[in-house]
Design a protein around this ligand. Structure first.
Ligand code: NAD
Ligand code: TYD
Length: 362
C-alpha cells in the first residue's frame, strides 16, 4: 500500500513514518510544509529508504494537493499536519484556523476529487485528532468516550474540533471513507522542546527554571509516541469506516507529578550533567502564571480500540518516561540543533532564509 502522511516531519508524524518503514512493507509519501515544528532530521533513519518520498508542500495549497494525489495515487491518507501547541494558539490563533480547519478542508476536497476521478477502490482517509476537543473533565473518575460531546476550550482545540466535524461531514455527505482518532498527550523521542516533557528535561540540563503553570495539579493522560504510531497504523488499515477511536495510555498524572518524576530520573541518569550551582534538579521547579482557559483534566476510555482492534500500549508511564529521558541524554545533537535553530539550515536556499531568524522560543 501507499500511505500519504501529512505532517510527517513533526513529532507524531515522524514516529508514524519510522513505524511504517520499519515494521511494514508499505510505502510512504510525506507531505509537509516544514514549519518551525517540522524537522527532517527526525527522519534520518528512513530518508534513504526507496519506500519513502518527501514532498514539501502546504496542505492549504489546493493545486499542490491535487497534483500530489494525482502523481502518487495513495491508498490511505493519514492526516497529521497541524499547528499543535496550545500556548501558540493563544498568542496567534489565525495560523491554527488556516492550517487545521482550511488545510483539512483543502485535503478533504483533494481526496474527494481524487477518488472520483481515479475510481480508487478501498481508499481511506484517516484524520488524526486530539482528546482536547472534548474540553476538560470535572471530577476525578469520568473518562472521555467516543460519545462525549465536543466542548473545546482553546483556539487549538476549537480548530481541531472544527476539522473533526468537517471530516465527519465529508464522510456522510460525499461518502468519503473516513476514520477519526482522538488521542491523549503524547511524549517520547523527537518531541519539540516547547511541550511540557522535553521543555522540562532540556531546561533542567541547562540549569534553567522549570515553569509549572498555576498549581501544577492539571491532569493529562500520557501515551508513549511509538504506542500511538502503532495504534494509528492499526486504525488506518483496519479501523471501520465512519467510526471514531479514542486512544490513551491509562497514565493519568498531574503536571507536578510528571515534573517531579523527570527530576528523579535526571538525578539517577544525569547526576554528572548537573549544571554548576544546582544541588538538586527539583530546586529548579518554579510555579508561574497559569495558562488562560487551562483545561483541568483529560482522561481517555480506550476500551473501544482495545476491544475492536486489539491494541494496547506497550509502555507504562514509568518505562516510557525513562526511555524518553535517556533518549534526550543520548541525542544532544538532535535537540541542540533545534534549540540553536540550525535544524532549519537545510531549508536555506529554498526561499526560506527567514526561517533561521524565527528561532525556537521567539
Ligand atoms: P507537530 O507540531 O510536532 O508537527 C506538525 C507537523 O505538521 C510539522 O512537521 C509541520 O511542519 C507540519 N505542518 C504544519 N502546518 C502545515 C501545513 N500547512 N502544511 C503541511 N504541513 C504542515 O505536531 P504533533 O505533535 O506531531 O501532532 C500531529 C497531529 O496529532 C496533530 O494533528 C495534532 O493535533 C495531533 N495530536 C497531537 C497530540 C500530542 O500530544 N502532540 C495528541 C493528540 C493528537
Ligand atoms: P503541553 O505539553 O503544552 O500539552 P497540552 O497543552 O496540549 O496538554 O502541556 C501539557 C501540560 O503541561 C498542560 O497542562 C500545560 C502544562 N505546562 C506547564 O505547566 N509548563 C510548561 O512549560 C508547559 C509547556 C506546559
Amino acid at each position: 500500500m501507499k500511505i500519504l502522511v501529512t505532517g510527517g516531519a513533526g513529532f507524531i508524524g515522524s514516529a508514524v513514518i519510522r513505524y511504517i518503514i520499519g515494521h511494514t512493507q508499505d510505502s510512504v509519501v510525506n507531505v509537509d510544509k516544514l514549519t518551525y515544528a517540522g524537522n527532517l532530521e527526525s527522519l534520518a533513519s528512513v530518508a534513504a529508504d526507496p519506500r519513502y518520498v518527501f514532498e514539501r508542500a502546504d496542505i492549504c495549497d489546493a493545486p499542490a494537493m491535487a497534483q500530489i494525489f494525482k502523481q502518487h495515487q495513495p491508498d490511505i491518507v493519514m492526516h497529521l499536519a497541524a499547528e499543535s501547541h496550545v500556548d501558540r494558539s493563544i498568542d496567534g490563533p489565525a495560523d491554527f484556523i488556516e492550517t487545521n480547519v482550511v488545510g483539512t478542508l483543502v485535503l478533504l476536497e483533494a481526496a474527494r476529487q481524487y477518488v472520483e476521478e481515479s475510481g480508487k477502490k478501498n481508499f481511506r482517509f484517516h484524520h488524526i485528532s486530539t482528546d482536547e476537543v472534548y474540553g476538560d473533565l470535572e471530577g476525578d473518575t469520568d473518562l472521555f468516550t467516543e460519545e462525549t460531546s465536543y466542548a473545546p476550550s482553546s483556539p487549538y482545540s476549537a480548530s481541531k474540533a472544527s476539522s473533526d466535524h468537517l471530516v465527519r461531514a465529508w464522510g456522510r455527505t460525499y461518502g468519503l471513507p473516513c476514520v477519526i482518532t482522538n488521542c491523549s498527550n503524547n511524549y517520547g523521542p523527537y518531541h519539540f522542546p516547547e511541550k511540557l516533557i522535553p521543555h522540562m528535561i532540556l531546561n533542567a540540563l541547562s540549569g534553567k527554571a522549570l515553569p509549572v503553570y498555576g498549581d501544577g495539579k492539571q491532569i493529562r493522560d500520557w501515551l508513549y509516541v511509538e504506542d500511538h504510531a502503532e495504534a494509528l497504523y492499526k486504525v488506518a488499515t483496519k479501523g471501520k469506516i465512519g467510526e471514531t477511536y479514542n486512544i490513551g495510555g491509562h497514565n493519568e498524572k498531574q503536571n507536578i507529578e510528571v515534573v517531579h518524576t523527570l527530576c528523579d530520573l535526571l538525578e539517577e541518569l544525569a547526576a554528572d550533567k548537573k549544571p554548576e550551582g544546582v544541588s538538586a534538579y527539583k530546586d529548579l521547579i518554579t510555579f508561574v502564571k497559569d495558562r488562560p482557559g487551562h483545561d483541568r483534566r483529560y482522561a481517555i476510555d480506550a476500551s473501544k480500540i482495545e476491544n475492536k482492534l486489539g491494541w494496547t500500549p506497550k509502555e507504562t508511564f514509568e518505562t516510557g518516561l525513562r526511555k524518553t529521558v535517556q533518549w534526550y541524554l543520548d541525542n544532544e545533537k538532535w535537540w541542540s540543533r533545534v534549540l540553536s535553530g540550525d535544524y532549519k539550515l537545510e531549508r536555506i536556499g529554498e526561499g526560506q532564509k527567514d526561517l533561521k531568524e524565527q528561532k525556537y522560543g521567539s
